[in-house]
Design a protein around this ligand. Sequence first.
Ligand code: FAD
Length: 433
Amino acid sequence: MSETGGVAELDPEQELPEIAGGGGEASEGGPKFTLELNQDQKDIREWVHGFAEGVVRPAAEEWDEREETPWPVIQEAANIGLYSFEALGQFWADETGLTLPIANEELFWGDAGIGMAIMGTSLAVAAIFGQGTPEQMGEWIPQCFGTPDDVKLGAFCASEPDAGSDVSAIRTTAKYDEAKDEWVINGQKAWATNGGIANVHVVIASVDRKLGSRGHAAFVIPPGTKGCEQGTKVKKHGLRASHTADVHLDDCRVPGACLLGGKEKLDERLARVREGKKAKSQAAMQTFEASRPTVGAQALGIARAAYEYALEYAKEREQFGRKIIENQSIAFALADMKLEIDAARLLVWRAAWMGRTGQTFENAEGSMSKLKAGEVAVWATERAIQILGGNGYTREFPVERMHRDSKIYTIFEGTSEIQRLVISRAISGVHVK
Ligand SMILES: Cc1cc2nc3c(=O)[nH]c(=O)nc-3n(C[C@H](O)[C@H](O)[C@H](O)COP(=O)(O)OP(=O)(O)OC[C@H]3O[C@@H](n4cnc5c(N)ncnc54)[C@H](O)[C@@H]3O)c2cc1C
């Protein structure tokens, strides 16, 4: 045994031996671990960043103040192909899973309200993609986006006034009218992004209240369906360029073919549940779980925007005859912001990679990523306001808007408490309440 206790001594001048599968090639047993982005990922990041910097950021203040859907910006995103199923499909196609979070981070770096106005449709698309048959995907996904000549939106409606975190409390019902092969949907949806202004609404409804969330199914409400109306438009703290509204469903009749996945599959699932067997999936939860790292990436975009703004400001602003960044308290705050943002990104990328490569989320890594990124965004944007002082608190500077926008990331797509619940149950196996 050597004096180093069995650890091989390294000559500091010696080059490290070449590692099998180096140079980005896939090694035996799958692709090697790397955080180096490939050229496609870098190109997409640059493309989305260019749009965020050139189009989204300059429009951010105006649409936040107007609190309206920024149709001209969505139109520009459609013109360049960024607002399209093709782009979303391309981001999704990356087999490492990283392109989707990368694109979201860049877009939301531009502005979160406008980012959500562009990306809100993807929640409806994810539900159709996750639960629809190939025919349903082919029919409804293109109608969520429309075309660059006639841009449309999609909306995903799960939440209700009395069913937010507790999805099992959903009261909206869907009853099958066998004679007409139609579903009749009744209920009220709350806080739906693009609710009432979307071309296609995907609605989660209960087909058997006794079964709780296991009795839920997802339905497409086609454009112009009678009985599907926008309720109150919500006035919000942040994300104000993104439309949020109640949706009323009054004897809303949709063709049998609008049940995502089809009736046969639903009947089989309900029969299994009624026999006491485990259901394979829960309609709403499935959609949320798949989208958590992407939502985390949106929060990261806001956090990074605020950090970068505060860093530049601290290098310019002078008090007591020196730049404020020369004070440790400011410099250390910026160091911590960078540290936390990078740590959150690693969690987001891990979860996105796990999801795309079919790994089991044994410790609720998807929830971890969203929880961390959401909380970092709220914290980092608040720090940015502090670094800008009085200016940070005014609407003349963007960090107060970023702080307002960030707060939703500890609330929607599962609150921070619900993420902690999911994680604690996963790590302990205990049904923590
Ligand atoms: C801007 C915006 C956009 C939205 N977009 C959509 C959309 O497109 N589609 C859609 O379906 N929904 C959407 N939502 C709804 C969103 O998902 C819900 O607001 C969210 O799930 C929280 O539900 P809630 O507001 O009813 O809060 P509640 O569930 O009432 O929670 C209130 C508080 O209690 C805590 N709490 C609840 N249960 C527990 C528990 N078991 N343990 C510990 N703490 C608990 C929560 O963490 C929270 O702090 C949106 C909301 C907003 C504000």
